[in-house]
Design a protein. Structure first.
Length: 248
């Protein structure tokens, strides 16, 4: 949904929509219900500090005045850091709507822990940015948005017939929650079977190359085994990555 750049700490990532575990595996995630880049309000983005590419690993090093750039299809928007604070996971006020255009980055603190949250706040730099957009005004709704059933993709929205009178306002989205990082020690239980499978393949390739090395020169056996071993190793660690705690 946007690109985020923080030159001071070398951040250059694509921001996805959503802050579920699966979303944050892909990169920084935009909190649904908060403002969009370039729109007046609080643009809130979460990111990991130690796993899944660690996009926000060094946000604790940001100083007031440092530049944060959000680029979307509507323009290029520059925000400048105003401060950093450490809060508890229950302190959701940092994600509250704002009359002014601001940016809020959130991550876990300290590193390798989900005990607290580090919050970086930034103000909009109008002189260096594309013009601000006005928030969209929804037309009178005849249906009421609701969260999709659990069998659909996380973050997907569907509609159901309204139970209120026609022209009633749309239901507000649920309030963003800083506890997005505190969802247990294992991200994906289904990865265990895949991990065992690729571990077995790795072992078989290694043993096969060792046995082959008894019949042909060992360097030749190593060359034969290196390609399949590397491929299997990639999938093995990809599934290790699925098991890493989402709160890191």
């Amino acid at each position: 949904m946007a690109k985020i750049e923080i030159p001071r700490i070398g951040v250059d990532w694509i921001v996805v929509e959503g802050v579920e575990v699966a979303d944050l595996r892909k990169g920084p995630g935009h909190y649904p219900g908060t403002a969009l880049p370039g729109v007046r309000g609080n643009v809130a983005i979460a990111g990991h500090r130690t796993t899944y590419g660690a996009p926000f690993q060094d946000i604790n090093e940001l100083d007031p005045g440092d530049e944060i750039i959000l680029t979307s299809v509507t323009g290029r928007y520059v925000y400048r850091v105003t401060g950093t604070q450490i809060v508890s996971p229950s302190e959701t006020s940092v994600l509250a709507p704002s009359e002014e255009p601001i940016l809020t980055l959130t991550s876990c603190h300290p590193e390798y822990s989900a005990r607290e949250r580090i919050i970086v706040s930034a103000a909009f730099d109008a002189a260096a940015s594309s013009p601000l957009l006005e928030p969209a005004t929804a037309p009178p709704a005849t249906t009421t948005p609701t969260l999709a059933p659990a069998t659909t993709t996380p973050g997907e929205v569907t509609t159901v017939p309204a139970t209120t009178q026609p022209d009633s306002p749309a239901v507000a989205p649920p309030a963003p929650d800083l506890n997005t990082f505190g969802q247990g020690w294992v991200s994906d239980d289904k990865a265990w079977a895949h991990l065992a499978f690729w571990g077995t393949i790795l072992t078989a390739i290694a043993v096969g190359a060792w046995l082959l090395g008894k019949r042909i020169p060992q360097w030749a056996a190593a060359l034969i085994g290196i390609v399949p071993f590397t491929i299997a190793l990639y999938f093995f660690f990809d599934n290790v990555n699925r098991l890493l705690p989402p709160n890191l």
